[in-house]
Design a protein around this ligand. Structure first.
Ligand SMILES: Nc1ncnc2c1ncn2[C@@H]1O[C@H](COP(=O)(O)OP(=O)(O)OP(=O)(O)O)[C@@H](O)[C@H]1O
Ligand SMILES: [Mg+2]
Length: 231
């Protein structure tokens, strides 16, 4: 059995419900283990807590209770600087709305996380630029590198966001409804691309979706129901 790259134990999340002066428990004790290079999907109805869980797993939002370990590091025990570094270097995120920077072109957008990771623009080495070019070509964006986001289709914008998420060679890619704005053909093609890269780079993927057909690309599908993950 492979080593777990990501391990969550007894994750709880409660949110305040101000109008009722009470609390809403969204996650009620989630356990999850993801092995190196594995692809898992999490499905569940709207409001089930899928995005909440994904943010907690990726170090974006702390749980009310529980532990998340990435390559053995207890994420919510790290100081802010260390946690930011882990997020930048070891995880990648792809969201439903691509969040590209409109005033930068495709190449500049995908290099952004690498720039943040290096002391200065000059330090961006040619290997990183080479990786960006290769990934863009691999995802069919070879002739779109100088385009601005407004000059791209939805599918092209999402593929740009994926290259940006991959630029620092993350060990886990978190995808939150990445095909939510795409038609079904583009959606399945995108999931196929993510799967191919996962196999090629032995990168784990956690995909959140309400589309059960797309979820089937994974090695393992979990349901988030009543605050718990079930197979
Ligand atoms: N910051 C917040 N404060 C209070 N309640 C919140 C907050 N964020 C999320 N919630 C609530 O937590 C629940 C789960 O939200 P979440 O966004 O995780 O659901 P989801 O499964 O991703 O839904 P969808 O499929 O619609 O994206 C919802 O009922 C939501 O209203
Ligand atoms: Mg969501």
């Amino acid at each position: 059995m492979n080593k777990a790259i990501l391990e969550a134990q007894d994750i709880h999340k409660i949110y305040p419900a101000p109008a009722r002066r009470s609390w809403v428990a969204v996650l009620k004790g989630v356990d999850l283990k993801v092995e190196t290079g594995r692809f898992v999907s999490i499905v569940g109805p709207s409001g089930a807590g899928k995005s909440t869980l994904l943010h907690i797993l990726g170090g974006l939002d702390s749980p009310s209770r529980g532990v998340v370990k990435l390559q053995g590091d207890d994420l919510y025990k790290l100081d802010d600087n260390h946690l930011s570094r882990v997020r930048n270097q070891r995880v990648g995120f792809v969201f439903q709305f691509y969040h590209l920077l409109s005033e930068f072109n495709v190449m500049e957008n995908v290099l952004m996380p690498a720039l943040i990771n290096s002391p200065g623009a000059a330090a961006l080495n040619s290997a990183t630029r080479q990786r960006a070019s290769e990934l863009l070509v691999q995802l069919g964006l070879g002739d779109r590198m100088r385009h601005f986001p407004s000059q791209l289709s939805g599918g092209e914008q999402q593929r740009t966001a994926i290259v940006r998420a991959l630029i620092n060679q993350p060990r886990v890619l978190f995808c939150d409804e990445p095909t939510g704005n795409l038609d079904s053909a583009n959606g399945s093609e995108l999931i196929g691309l993510i799967k191919r890269i996962s196999l090629q780079d032995k990168m784990a993927v956690v995909l959140v979706t309400h589309n059960i057909e797309l979820a089937k690309a994974a090695d393992c599908i979990y349901n988030l129901r009543d605050g718990l993950l079930v197979n």
